[in-house]
Design a protein around this ligand. Structure first.
Ligand SMILES: *[C@@H]1O[C@H](CO)[C@@H](O)[C@H](O)[C@H]1NC(C)=O
Length: 271
């Protein structure tokens, strides 16, 4: 009798310990919080937006094209990929007033929610980079994640609209993409350079860019965390044809990038 009771007690005690360990393990695994000591209790970790510690190199002053080193850090890159990749769909191009899939752009893309704290943080960084060139009353619309697999490409195109686009829900108001940021998130690939046929760079790009000896212009090699910034519109608001560029076909691997398009508004309610 005594033997049985003691076995039972041990079993109960063992189960209680195992249960407690399991509960703690699950709690720990979910850890979006931080233990602040017994009286402090637990507190959720808040997203911290860093200022960014990038460096810049001017590539061309007319049209303006600036190379940005380390625009994003590892945590930001992984966060953006996690937010965007589940929503990837075949990319579309804007043609004769509507959006449609096309042979010229075979990548996939996804919108990145401007309400995400991480996306907001990156947009704030982009705005601060632009300084007083950022248009008064301007915004960024919805930034975009783009992804290229082997064989995918985006033929020569410009980011600006031939005619400013109507703003949905706001009559008499239009916008155009005054500039572009193209940020490389994943560049484990061969090919897939960003080619600007009308921008010639003097000097060595130390693996980041190179002259296109056959076709002319400059090819930028996808480098994780680095970015290109260029200005799309002339001072009078028309598009600058010299900013045309292509995503060259990916020969091997994968390439993921982020598009940020600062918008300038026109018409009613213009500030
Ligand atoms: C706008 O400015 C550009 C660059 O100075 C010039 O080439 C173009 O002809 C101008 N367009 C108009 C419509 O004024």
């Amino acid at each position: 009798m005594g033997f049985k009771v003691s076995v039972l007690k041990k079993t109960v005690a063992g189960s209680a310990v195992a249960f407690t360990v399991l509960v703690f393990a699950l709690f720990w695994a979910q850890r979006p919080w931080e233990w602040k000591g017994f009286w402090g209790g637990v507190r959720r970790e808040e997203f911290v937006c860093k200022t960014g510690s990038y460096t810049t190199e001017i590539i061309s002053i007319d049209p303006l094209l600036i190379y940005i080193n380390n625009f994003l850090d590892e945590g930001e890159i992984n966060g953006l990929i996690a937010e965007g990749v589940p929503n990837l769909e075949k990319s579309e191009v804007y043609l004769h007033g509507s959006k449609r899939p096309s042979e010229e752009r075979t990548s996939s893309s996804a919108g990145l929610s401007p309400s995400s704290p991480l996306v907001q943080c990156i947009l704030a960084r982009a705005q601060s980079f632009m300084g007083s060139f950022f248009p008064p009353g301007g915004d960024f619309g919805t930034p975009q994640l783009v992804h290229y697999e082997q064989g995918e490409k985006f033929d020569v195109h410009h980011d600006w609209y031939q005619d400013p686009q109507p703003v949905r829900g706001k009559q008499g108001r239009w916008f155009n993409r005054v500039a572009s940021f193209f940020v490389y998130l994943e560049g484990e690939c061969k090919g897939g350079e960003t080619w600007f046929p009308y921008i010639d760079v003097k000097g060595e790009g130390v693996g980041k860019w190179e002259e296109d000896k056959e076709e002319g212009g400059t090819k930028f090699v996808p480098k994780r965390g680095n970015a290109l910034f260029w200005v799309n519109l002339h001072g009078n608001g028309t598009g600058d044809d010299r900013t045309v560029h292509a995503g060259l076909p990916l020969l091997e691997g994968r390439k993921t990038a982020m598009n940020i398009w600062p918008r300038k508004f026109y018409g009613r309610g213009d500030k």
